[in-house]
Ligand binder design. Structure first.
Ligand SMILES: [Zn+2]
Length: 420
């Protein structure tokens, strides 16, 4: 009986509080607290509403707010409205990057709900960086090619996240009061139009050296400019894992397209054995597209020494991968050794090969960016750049085991190069 009375008393008390709260919140001046726990942060910051509606007032975090602040600043600086289709957002939030012990996925919701970018719209790139990399956000405008970069101050974020554990309401409100310069260690706005960078490489080189985008310049300029040209979703996912777009990654995308046509598999995760020989950026694209991870025992990586490279016959000097297909239930398999025609890429772009390894000047990024753009015309035409060096049959799983095993050079086994 007592229980029932107290329950109904609580209920009617709650009802009174609710009415009172509604009246007070509705009628009070902006920012004036009413009853403890009754003032909603959205009343003070109406632009937080989409974010708060999405994550829920109870679960709102400083990490949501840092994403909000980054997006809000970008919208102001680049002059766009929520949902603008010409905007690309790039961030390492919520992939691996952490702030101290805090994971950062909530910052993604802050960006998405404030700026209106999304994976589904294809204008959000979640860049893979190591767990202890700084948390950063970049927004790129396809029309103007302006880009704003914001890098969060880890120490500040950590302080507020610690406070959030014990005094959440105050931590959130105090965080909202911080100036952008107090939250972000770096806020930089640059025009990164590819033709502009390529026409004045010395100018951009100065910014690269100064690390205007916190060392993420190459990731941002390549992904943004190629996105503006139109990138398929699978390519974007490969770029996310790889952190940037380079001719090497594009060659992997093209090799994947070539294999889909010429050595198709209904279940590459179980049927393919891929040997990267030698490995380069391409193999990240293959892993993404075919799910042929090292951990799935579907990718084996073999380096070729300079001496071994020189022993390759002319027709195999651009060797890239050995791909073996063993279909489920079949008593045999087949495979192909594929190569990538770098000579054609160099000819097409009219660039000196030495520039690729010249990291002391602008040459290294110039050659990559220019090739990236040139290779975009080949995304639907892999046969123009990928070629078969050799096709072969395998009679048993033991033969595949041998090709991938330690101490064996599979190119020697397949009769492509002589034994050293
Ligand atoms: Zn690369």
């Amino acid at each position: 009986m007592l229980k029932i009375i107290s329950k109904s008393a609580i209920l009617s008390g709650l009802a009174i509080l609710l009415v009172l709260g509604t009246v007070l919140i509705g009628g009070c001046a902006r920012g004036t607290p009413t009853l403890p726990g009754e003032t909603l942060i959205v009343n003070d910051y109406p632009s937080l509403k989409p974010l708060v509606d999405f994550v829920g007032e109870q679960d709102l975090s400083v990490l949501n707010l840092v994403g909000f602040k980054a997006a809000d600043k970008a919208m102001e600086e680049l002059g766009f409205e929520k949902g603008a289709p010409d905007i690309l957002a790039l961030t390492d939030a919520g992939y691996m990057a952490q702030v101290g012990d805090y994971t950062t996925e909530k910052a993604l919701d802050g960006v998405i709900m404030t700026s209106g970018v999304s994976r589904g719209k294809g204008n959000l790139v979640n860049v893979h960086k190591a767990y202890n990399s700084p948390l950063w956000f970049a927004f790129f405008d396809k029309q103007s090619k302006d880009c704003i970069y914001l890098e969060a101050k880890s120490e500040v974020l950590r302080t507020y996240l610690d406070r959030e554990r014990t005094d959440k309401d105050a931590a959130l409100r105090d965080f909202m009061e911080l100036e952008d310069e107090e939250v972000f260690a770096r806020i930089a706005k640059e025009n990164i139009a590819a033709d502009r960078l390529l026409n004045n490489p010395e100018d951009w080189q100065e910014k690269m050296v100064a690390m205007v985008f916190g060392g993420n310049e190459f990731s941002i300029i390549t992904i943004s400019n190629l996105w503006a040209m139109g990138l398929p979703n699978d390519f974007l996912k490969a770029a996310e894992l790889h952190d940037h777009i380079c001719p090497g990654l594009t060659s992997g995308y093209l090799i994947a397209e070539y294999l889909k046509e010429n050595l198709p598999s209904s279940d590459p995760r179980k049927e393919y054995t891929i040997i990267a020989i030698p490995p380069w950026c391409k193999d990240d694209a293959l892993v993404q597209i075919f799910e042929t991870n090292v951990g799935h025992k579907r990718l084996y990586v073999k380096h070729l020494t300079q001496e071994q490279m020189e022993q390759l016959p002319e027709y195999a000097k651009n060797v890239a991968n050995i791909v073996i297909r063993w279909e489920k239930g079949a008593g045999s398999g087949d495979g192909m050794v594929v190569g990538f025609d770098w000579d054609k890429v160099y000819q097409g772009t009219d660039l000196p090969k030495e520039w690729l390894r010249d990291f002391s000047t602008w040459h290294w990024w110039y050659v990559r960016l220019k090739m990236d753009i040139w290779m975009m015309d080949y995304l639907d035409n892999p046969e123009a750049l990928v070629f078969t060096i050799k096709e072969f049959e395998v009679g048993s799983p033991a033969e595949i085991d041998k090709l991938k095993s330690a101490g064996v050079n599979p190119l020697v086994e397949l009769g492509i190069m002589p034994e050293t």
